[in-house]
Design a protein around this ligand. Structure first.
Ligand code: PEP
Length: 244
């Protein structure tokens, strides 16, 4: 795994303020000091911080993403919503779509598909999240659920080179629980067979301790990191350990 180009996606969720942005100085100087970069770091802050963060990160190789967007990339009377053109305009290059925290609020596979289409049109790259719940895992229907999420979510999308897939078991998000390496590896292989040429990340409770185990998964292309990414020291530690 250490010879590959690895993605680290920092999902700040509904956390973060202007003060927290200053804490990124450490991460910026860590990334700048590296002679040869074998990874790509993408920060996904709340929408309120995208523009400020993107200005701060402009001279660095760190990229910005949004955490969700509306399915239409036109302006419209949609109070509280932001579309993919607006994310792009604010400085985002990526957007997380299909996150289980949004699916749990009622976001369907069809809606995720519309969001992916409009975001691609806006020129954004997509971090497409899929994953099974604990009861689905117990019923041994994980692959069936993932197949449905992939088939419907990517329906009609021919050019998938703009899409990174994040396998995030819902039961692993924020719980401290993670699947075993063979379990993750089997699912990654399954996804890569379904979506030829895709890059697949793992997400769910990645932290400074379990990264020593997770980094041994040889078909993983990176990690989507929630809670642990809010602390710059932890994020730096995760990146360092991945390559040590
Ligand atoms: C996430 O929300 O995408 C995530 C992976 O969260 P955490 O790392 O906190 O489990």
């Amino acid at each position: 795994m250490t010879n590959k180009y690895i993605y680290f996606v920092a999902n700040w969720k509904m956390f973060g303020n202007l003060r927290m942005i200053d804490s990124l100085n450490k991460v910026i100087s860590f990334v700048k000091k590296l002679k040869r970069n074998r990874f790509r770091l993408i920060y996904c802050p709340p929408n309120t911080l995208i523009s400020t963060l993107s200005k701060k990160l402009k001279p660095s190789p760190i990229l910005i993403g949004g955490q969700n967007c509306h399915e239409s990339n036109n302006y419209g009377a949609n109070t509280g919503q932001v579309n993919s053109n607006m994310l792009k305009d604010a400085g985002a290059k990526f957007v997380i779509l299909g996150h289980s925290e949004n699916r749990q609020l009622g976001e369907s596979d069809r809606l995720v598909n519309l969001k992916i289409r409009s975001s691609i049109k806006s020129g954004l790259k997509i971090i497409f999240c899929i994953g099974e719940s604990l009861s689905q895992k117990k019923k041994r229907v994980t692959k069936k659920i993932l197949t449905q999420q992939i088939t419907q979510g990517l329906k009609g999308i021919k050019n998938k080179k703009h899409i990174l897939i994040a396998y995030e078991p819902i039961w692993a998000i924020g719980s401290g629980l993670i699947p075993t390496n063979p379990e993750i590896s089997e699912i990654i292989e399954f996804i890569k067979k379904k979506v030829k040429g895709s890059k697949v990340l793992y997400g769910g409770s990645v932290n400074t301790k379990n990264i020593n185990v997770l980094k041994k998964i040889n078909n993983v292309d990176g990690f989507l990191i929630g809670g642990a990414s809010q602390n710059p020291n932890n994020l730096i530690d995760i990146i360092k350990k991945t390559f040590n």
